[in-house]
Ligand binder design. Structure first.
Ligand code: ATP
Ligand code: MG
Length: 429
């Protein structure tokens, strides 16, 4: 017996019961983003491996062990994108979108990381990414944070998430802080896990980001970057906090928030929930002023964030949010070949006159009884019934499926008006 082929581990099918949540999220943020002046950019899923090595950093979880990298038929090393910022910057430079300009961009789609699959952590997952280029001040950091707050508020998750924020300072202040960290951790060599020992000299800041519970005390007591910030970064941070205070957005300053990618500087932030277990970050971002220059463009200040869609959908479901836009409103029962042909015509006319009506036409035949069963199972509110008798009288029977009301007969030319009145309250927006 041949075994069924299954999906690749950590890569999920998103089934029709769940897609309404995805569509809902996409609709909400597309509306907000365009209202705030952000424009969509669509990017390839495959990029040259070099792009990610140069942007994310060689000594990061992503580049060290999580990338899906392969050599294509030409012998080029390609990688399925593990995140979107690098590709967005690459495209911005390549098409001259960044040079001496201000850009507000967004994209959404799948990302790929070879991580250990668990709740909230998959090998193919989806992000909404938002990036702003050409603005160096804390006002755009504030705008991005308020934008992410707006999205969370609109979908009803403002009360379940907390904003954490930190500053990583300038590359210069970070390098002197780095020395302090190396000294500190070198004094506790025996307490470091293997990953951290390896990073001690290559990327000691990442030790602060360690997820290993055994290292938490050590990390808590490490010197704090916030206390070693350069004056410009400190002022940038204070001004950002003032914007957030003005807007009434509450936040927690978290000195251990360093983010898993090397390209950040100054502002970093995350929206975190305690309702999803260990994978509680639903949105993460920050400033990355050196990335455009690092990838060959003219130095351009930039900041952005990414929302993890799987985690947001999980949170929506967790708080019991009902989203159901796909059940038909009307199920059309057609019994007999003549009725099937007329039914196809009537359905076509109704779809023309009422484009928003969710109408499902019975296909595949079946007795009156079995079609009514399908109608009931479809979740529709009404069945429109077309059988031999109705056909002869040029009428259609209407049977309420949920409310238990009386069945009635309608002339064919009354149907659309009847349905329009009936469903006018809950038209699809
Ligand atoms: P984490 O600390 O959870 O590993 P990260 O710092 O690697 O997150 P980013 O690269 O900043 O995450 O990605 C932004 C967001 O994308 C995360 O906050 C999360 O919501 C989501 N995300 C990241 N990796 C995954 C994954 N493997 N599966 C599902 N969602 C993910
Ligand atoms: Mg990660």
């Amino acid at each position: 017996m041949s075994r069924n082929i299954q999906a690749v581990r950590g890569m999920n099918d998103i089934l029709p019961d769940q897609t309404p949540y995805w569509q809902y999220l996409e609709r909400v943020w597309q509306e907000i983003l365009s209202a705030w002046g952000y424009r969509e950019i669509r990017l390839p899923i495959l990029e040259k491996t070099e792009l990610f090595k140069r942007s994310i950093g060689e000594v990061t979880d992503i580049v060290e062990k999580e990338m899906y990298t392969f050599t294509d038929r030409n012998g080029d090393s390609l990688t399925l994108r593990p995140e979107g910022t690098a590709g967005c910057v690459r495209a911005g430079i390549e098409h001259g979108l960044l040079y001496n300009q201000v850009q507000r961009l967004w994209y959404q789609g799948p990302m790929f990381r070879h991580e250990r699959p668990q709740k909230g952590r998959y090998r193919q997952f989806h992000q909404l990414g938002v990036e702003a280029f050409g603005m160096a001040g804390p006002d755009i950091d504030a705008e991005l944070i308020l934008l992410s707050a707006r999205i969370l508020e609109r979908i009803g998750l403002a009360d379940t998430t907390v904003l954490q924020i930190n500053s990583l300072g300038s590359p210069e202040s970070r390098s002197s802080y780095r020395e302090l960290l190396v000294d500190y951790f070198s004094g506790h060599l025996d307490e470091l896990d293997e990953d951290s020992r390896r990073r001690l000299h290559s990327n000691p800041l990442r030790i602060l980001d360690s997820k290993n519970p055994r290292m938490q005390v050590l990390v808590e007591q490490a010197p704090r970057l916030m206390e070693h910030l350069d004056s410009e970064s400190r002022e940038h941070f204070q001004r950002l906090l003032a914007y957030l205070d003005d807007a009434g957005v509450s936040y927690q300053v978290n000195p251990r928030l360093v983010r898993g990618l090397d390209y950040y500087s100054k502002t970093v932030f995350e929206w975190v929930t305690d309702q999803l277990g260990a994978q509680g970050t639903v949105c993460a971002g920050g400033r990355f002023d050196s990335l455009v220059g690092q990838l060959g463009g003219k130095p351009t200040p930039a900041a952005g964030f990414a929302i993890g869609m799987e985690r947001l959908v999980a949170l929506l479901m967790d708080v019991g949010r009902q989203i159901n836009m796909t059940e038909p409103q009307v199920y059309m029962v057609v019994v007999g070949e003549a009725a099937e042909r007329q039914g196809m015509l009537i359905a076509g006319q109704l779809r023309n006159i009422l484009p928003g009506l969710r109408l499902q036409l019975n296909c595949g035949g079946g007795s009156f009884k079995s079609q009514l069963k399908r109608a009931d199972k479809s979740g529709a509110e009404l069945a429109l019934i077309l059988g031999e008798n109705e056909l002869a009288e040029n009428r259609v029977a209407v049977k309420p499926l949920r409310s238990g009301g009386e069945q009635l007969m309608l002339e064919r030319d009354q149907i659309s008006e009847y349905l329009e009145t009936k469903f006018s309250q809950n038209k699809r927006s």
